[in-house]
Design a protein around this ligand. Structure first.
Ligand SMILES: Cc1cc2nc3c(=O)[nH]c(=O)nc-3n(C[C@H](O)[C@H](O)[C@H](O)COP(=O)(O)OP(=O)(O)OC[C@H]3O[C@@H](n4cnc5c(N)ncnc54)[C@H](O)[C@@H]3O)c2cc1C
Length: 419
């Protein structure tokens, strides 16, 4: 690419903006196009976790080293989390450092999305919202999810309860996955993740909220809105196309297949793409070196998760707590789960050809299909969940809304279709 050639980025999310900022700071003319009206508009006030256990380096140190100002967005650090076992026993995982930081996604000024947008504007990036370009004309493709491999559904509420975090492994209310409750400064989110496609998905959220109401009777909850979105899990054959386009973030399949953590790899991959375009090491090679081992580990973890249920989830919780007693650090066990190892490499090699399905695209992706429901996913809602449903319907009549099109399977946001 000639050095004065303007750079075109498709997608003004975390990965696209991270790349754009570094390129503009290096003197490039950068244009970022996004089909939505603003950065973060894919989300609506959802809390997301920047995990800090999967790698040795603290993510905020990495952000600073790349030149991103982490004080531009609100983040709340936690060193302790309630771990709710599938049988509702509650224990606590704790560490001396930062286990994770919670940030908000969306269009409010304190969200991480708007912080990256401000840094981009300051660097001289030209942002084009509500702009759909032919993706073949983009130098960097950063469009987030395309298809659906999993769903997350949540309810945001107001509460007077102090800041708190709880995380539950439970195959009934969160098929194949987990649910969580996050409370920060008077705003709460209860969310369930579905790694199996369901009819009547909302019943999982209602049952999940009923579970947290039962376990945390002192948490008052006034429902505000329901939020959610889809995750697209692909493993690419390559990360730079023959025509030289870099695929970053979720568009490049760079996120955690097991539990859906993707923000860290989104920013990191944006940085690597920009470095390549500025004459640094090749993007494809750097992704394979720094990010792919973690993605492959997460594919192996997802294969294992797809095979188990509450009995294994209970064993995992007990092991996690036993390891904490032994080592004095609640991050050690979970950190090991996420890190590459010879066993995970073997599982990945043996299972990924069967678990991932070939899909169309210049990156030769293999996609994690949204798995069908299992017979055990058919159950009648509890009376408490029916109460949750009734209180949500009352809130809806008062003006509360669901901020995505539908929570029935595939019908959530079809945004990254080729122009
Ligand atoms: C409900 C939910 C909860 C999550 N929780 C966590 C969490 O706790 N921790 C974590 O690390 N990760 C979490 N993730 C994953 C994380 O949000 C993503 O991995 C991350 O946002 C990916 O960044 P990105 O830059 O690839 O995409 P995004 O940040 O989504 O940005 C993509 C942008 O591209 C735009 N776009 C789409 N199509 C086009 C097009 N054709 N042309 C131009 N622009 C386009 C979109 O409007 C959007 O602005 C969660 C995801 C969901 C859905």
């Amino acid at each position: 690419m000639p050095s004065d050639h303007p750079v075109t980025v498709a997608g003004a999310g975390l990965s696209g903006l991270a790349a754009a900022i570094l390129l503009a700071r290096a003197g490039k003319e950068v244009h970022v196009h996004d089909i939505r009206a603003d950065s973060g508009a894919r989300f609506d006030g959802d809390f997301q976790a920047l995990e800090n256990w999967s790698m040795d380096e603290d993510f905020f140190d990495q952000l600073e080293a790349w030149g991103f100002d982490s004080s531009e967005f609100k983040s709340t650090a936690f060193s302790v989390v309630d771990l709710i076992h599938p049988d509702d026993a509650v224990t606590q995982a704790r560490t001396n450092g930062v286990a994770y930081r919670i940030v908000e996604r969306g269009t409010s000024p304190h969200t991480i999305d708007q912080a990256f947008k401000r840094m981009a504007i300051e660097a001289g990036v030209t942002l084009h919202y509500k702009s759909r370009i032919n993706l073949e004309h983009a130098d960097i493709v950063a469009c987030g999810p395309k298809e659906t491999s999993a769903l997350a559904l949540g309810e945001i509420f107001h509460t007077s309860h102090p800041n708190h975090i709880a995380f539950q492994l439970n195959d009934k209310v969160a098929p194949g996955a987990y649910s969580y409750m996050i409370i920060i400064d008077g705003v709460g989110l209860i969310c369930t993740c579905l790694w199996r496609k369901q009819r009547g998905s909302e019943r999982f959220l209602n049952e999940c909220i009923a579970t947290y109401r039962r376990l945390y009777p002192d948490v008052d909850m006034q429902p505000v809105k329901r939020v959610g979105g889809k995750g697209d899990f692909t493993l690419n054959g390559c990360y730079t196309s023959r025509s030289g386009q870099h695929f970053v973030g979720e568009s490049g399949g760079l996120q955690d297949f097991m539990w859906g953590f993707g923000m860290r790899m989104a920013v990191w991959s944006g940085v690597l793409a920009a470095q390549d375009m500025l004459g640094g090491p090749t993007y494809d090679r750097e992704v394979r070196k720094h990010l792919l081992p973690y993605v492959r580990t997460s594919v192996a973890n997802r294969w294992l998760m797809n095979r188990v249920g509450d009995r294994t989830f209970k064993r995992m919780c007990l092991r996690w707590m036993r390891d904490q007693e032994r080592s004095g650090d609640g991050l050690r066990w979970i950190g090991r789960l996420f890190r590459p190892s010879p066993t995970k490499r073997l599982i990945f090699g043996l299972t990924s050809p069967f678990m991932l399905k070939r899909a169309d695209g210049p990156m030769r992706p293999r996609r994690l299909p949204f798995r069908p429901a299992l017979p055990r996913d058919a159950w009648e809602p509890s009376p408490e969940a029916l109460n949750v449903k009734a209180s949500w319907e009352a809130a809806r009549r008062r003006g509360s809304h669901t901020s995505f099109e539908s929570i029935e399977g595939e019908a959530v946001e079809h945004d990254a279709a080729p122009a």
